[in-house]
Design a protein around this ligand. Structure first.
Ligand SMILES: NC(=O)c1ccc[n+]([C@@H]2O[C@H](COP(=O)([O-])OP(=O)(O)OC[C@H]3O[C@@H](n4cnc5c(N)ncnc54)[C@H](OP(=O)(O)O)[C@@H]3O)[C@@H](O)[C@H]2O)c1
Length: 333
């Protein structure tokens, strides 16, 4: 079941069509989309929705309404949570967590695992969702909500099994990294760099979640909760954004052989994890300085395996759709 048929869900469906045979051969999985929930109801076909026919239509709730019309189906308003996995891809609301919260809880109650692309439900109600999933012996995965194509969680969960993690640090937001890169490389003020990001479609019309550091804080929280096995909420993250940064600050850093990056850091102390997001000077020879434009990165510092640095990954809906697919496949491993 997919909730929300926007950019990410559309890309997921495209990949499911394009990679169908590859996924069957490599993972022995024949994935079907039985249902898509839109703003005005649920498209449901027990044998599986004809994704190729759906691709002939536009994206969005209107596309599933049109599909239903063409096939003589009626959208269900009493949503049926029936299947192995729910993909939560509705808009992120970090205040109420809705509509993803209700969808995710109902899916868990119906015995479904949940893969999130959206962050809202997890940021507002991590404890509730993770406790319920554990009690019901179900799984939640959320790579799409934690920098999508960049494997922020996979490294900590799989590649570092058994090693003790001292800290996790990252550049987790592509929009702010683009703005900082522009300010540094082209000597322009914050406002001009933001305008450029908006003109290129990198920053949203309302860029507050990004420039305030809140988006990075949410991703850090979700990564730290999973990797350090905590159930913290967002109030535990000390967040400072880049909105007050002046070109003079960048130039001062530059004159000292440094650049400024919005760094999100979770550090393990005793049994607690301290989390903070802030624009910080980093040496131009530091690995963070090599991450420019909309690129993101993550660094795990461990006792036994040393430092692991990973950067890049597509920052677009296709990358996010692929991250959702990866999470689905990993549920079956
Ligand atoms: N875009 C990315 O690259 C990216 C990357 C990582 C994570 N994410 C996260 O993934 C989620 C989806 O992103 P997106 O870019 O696909 O967003 P989007 O294009 O805005 O799509 C969201 C879809 O959800 C539908 N929707 C709204 N309210 C709904 C409701 N109550 N029930 C069911 N459907 C509802 C919308 O319907 P209408 O068509 O009627 O508006 C829209 O089709 C977001 O939470 C986003 O933060 C996105």
């Amino acid at each position: 079941v997919i909730c929300g048929y926007g950019n990410v869900a559309l890309e997921l469906c495209k990949i499911l069509i394009d990679n169908k045979n590859y996924i069957i051969e490599k993972y022995n999985l024949d994935l079907k989309v039985r249902s898509i929930v839109g703003r005005h109801g649920q498209l449901y076909e027990e044998k599986g929705i004809d994704l190729a026919a759906l691709m002939e239509l536009e994206k969005g709730s209107s596309a599933i309404e049109e599909y239903a019309k063409q096939k003589g189906l009626t959208l269900k308003t009493n949503i049926v949570f029936d299947g192995d996995v729910l993909v939560e891809a509705t808009p992120t609301d970090v205040e109420s967590g809705e509509p993803g919260l209700t969808y995710a809880l109902k899916a868990l109650d119906s015995g479904m695992n949940v893969v999130f692309a959206s962050k809202g439900a997890l940021v507002t109600n991590y404890k509730l969702i993770s406790t319920k999933a554990a009690e019901l012996n179900l799984k939640i995965n959320y790579s799409g909500a934690t920098a999508a194509a960049l494997p922020t969680l996979d490294i900590g969960e799989n590649s570092l099994s058994g090693a003790r993690i001292k800290s996790i640090k990252g550049i987790l937001n592509g929009t702010t990294n683009f703005i900082l890169t522009e300010m540094f490389a082209n000597d322009i003020c914050f406002e001009d760099a933001l305008k450029k990001a908006q003109e290129k479609g990198i920053a949203e019309k309302n860029p507050n979640l990004d420039i305030s550091g809140f988006d990075s804080g949410c991703k850090l929280l979700l990564i730290a909760n999973r990797i350090f096995n905590k159930q913290y909420d967002i109030s535990k993250v000390d967040i400072k954004g880049i909105d007050k940064l002046r070109i003079e600050d960048i130039n001062l850093a530059k004159s000292g052989g440094q650049t400024i990056k919005l760094i999100a850091e979770a550090r393990f102390h005793g049994d607690e994890v301290a989390m903070k997001v802030a624009p910080l000077p980093v040496s131009r020879t530091d690995m963070f300085a090599s991450v420019n434009g909309t690129n993101k990165c993550i660094v795990y510092d461990t006792i036994e395996m040393g430092q692991i640095f990973c950067a890049g990954g597509a920052s677009d809906p296709m990358g996010a759709g692929a991250a959702v697919l990866k999470d689905i496949i990993n549920l079956y491993k």
